[in-house]
Ligand binder design. Structure first.
Ligand SMILES: NC(=O)c1ccc[n+]([C@@H]2O[C@H](COP(=O)([O-])OP(=O)(O)OC[C@H]3O[C@@H](n4cnc5c(N)ncnc54)[C@H](O)[C@@H]3O)[C@@H](O)[C@H]2O)c1
Ligand SMILES: O=C(O)C(=O)C[C@@H](O)[C@H](O)[C@H](O)COP(=O)(O)O
Ligand SMILES: [Zn+2]
Length: 368
């Protein structure tokens, strides 16, 4: 039950290995990349308590020594202070240019540690060992790394591809349900953006996947990663097609900013709500039939996920303020928002210009 997806970027090809029990084999899988038998692992306390020993043992099985830095869990860790902490620690550990840094955790750790590796000694190689569903299906692949700024989400960062990704689907067994379902928001995104058959499959298999069915988990990770790899191979630095992976994010990132990157709204929850809004906007603009946003919402409800602005606890700012926050989106051109919209499920397209009034009307209706 092991799958491998290759990301074929010229000169920087790497494998994404997917399946149960990979932590135990981490030493064998990482050893070919090493010049000396040691790695510096950066993780966070929740993941460390559950899985760091298994990783240590897996590395030790091939005589690889491991030192570890444990950060605090949560989105707040993706900041300047923790970037500095990572870089300081890696320098204190005398990590050389030829060494490997390991990011062991969810998307927060992957983004932060990948960025630290990108700037350390002007770039050292790193391995992603994603432990959350979101990180396995999305953030560990494709090389977007970075931290959040006061002004908005992921505004400081670099493209820095990992040298290897090990997605051990067994570690997903310890994920809290809410975090797991947030990651499912990105899985649904893949069906919506370019693969209607995958969306059909998720409608049928989503509940089994959430209940822990290993074959379903491996299949969901494999299909998502394969789609991401195909897109990243075509457009590594988001000059065109890669923006498809941003479906739902213009809304989602603004909502994360509006809720202070707190646990009122997790990234994947914002993406799911953002996808619902993007489909609703597409239907209002006559781009897709109204059945599509309805079908999407029905599936999110079936999975027990948030679908609406009204599902976010606490007060949200008014529509005008949400639109202002959306203005920090990296797809903005000449000060104007560009949306990823859809002509139907599995048929997203990037670069859509929409009048502010139409976005405001949608947001006002959604805020109720
Ligand atoms: N670089 C990219 O392409 C990309 C793509 C998507 C999302 N992201 C970023 O990823 C972040 C969200 O990632 P996330 O949802 O993994 O968040 P996260 O890293 O905060 O992990 C979610 C929660 O799950 C816990 N956790 C992780 N693995 C676990 C396990 N195996 N068992 C028990 N608990 C576990 C963590 O401690 C945390 O509380 C956001 O910052 C988002 O911007 C980046
Ligand atoms: O890999 C990509 O490209 C994505 O857009 C994937 C997203 O799921 C992810 O959240 C990404 O970090 C968002 O990128 P950003 O450029 O909008 O910050
Ligand atoms: Zn995302």
């Amino acid at each position: 039950m092991r799958e491998t997806v290759s990301v074929a970027l010229p000169g920087r090809e790497y494998d994404v290995v997917i399946g149960p029990g990979l932590l135990g084999d981490a030493g064998a899988l990482i050893a070919p990349l090493l010049r000396r038998k040691r790695v510096a692992v950066i993780t966070e306390s929740r993941v460390a308590a559950l899985h760091l020993e298994a990783l240590r043992e897996g590395l030790a099985a091939k005589g690889i020594a491991m030192s570890a830095l444990k950060l605090a869990p949560g989105e707040g860790t993706k900041d300047w202070a923790n970037l500095q902490r990572c870089v300081d620690w890696l320098l204190d550990e005398q990590v050389e240019r030829g060494d490997i840094v390991v990011a062991f955790g969810g998307g927060v750790i992957g983004d932060l540690v990948g960025f630290a590796a990108a700037v350390l000694r002007r770039g050292v190689r790193f391995v992603q060992i994603p432990t959350s569903l979101l990180a396995q299906v999305d953030s560990s692949v494709g090389g977007k790394t970075g931290i959040n700024a006061r002004q908005g989400k992921n505004l400081i960062g670099a493209f820095h591809q990992p040298s290897l990704v090990l997605a051990d689907t067994e570690v997903l067994g310890t994920m809290p349900k809410r975090d797991f379902l947030a990651g499912y928001g990105e899985v649904v995104k893949y069906g919506l953006l370019g693969d209607a058959a995958f969306f059909d499959w998720l409608e049928a298999q989503g509940p089994a996947l959430a209940a822990g069915d290993m074959a379903a988990r491996i299949e969901a990770v494999r299909r998502s990663v394969q789609m991401k790899a195909d897109i990243v191979e075509r457009d590594e630095t988001e000059q065109g097609d890669r923006a498809l992976l941003n479906l739902g994010h213009t809304f989602g990132h603004a909502l994360e900013a509006a809720t202070g990157y707190s646990d009122r709204l997790l990234h994947g929850e914002g993406v799911a709500i953002g996808c619902a809004l993007a489909f609703e906007l597409s239907a209002r603009l006559g781009l897709c039939p109204q059945e599509d946003p309805s079908r999407l919402r029905a599936h999110l409800v079936q999975m027990g996920m948030k679908t609406d602005l009204r599902d976010i606890p606490g007060d949200l700012p008014e529509a005008e303020e949400l639109l202002r926050l959306m203005g920090q989106d990296k797809k903005v051109v000449d000060g104007r928002l560009r949306f990823v919209l859809a002509r139907g499920i599995g048929q997203a397209f990037a670069g859509a210009e929409v009048e502010n009034e139409q976005v405001l009307a949608l947001l006002r209706d959604a805020l109720g």
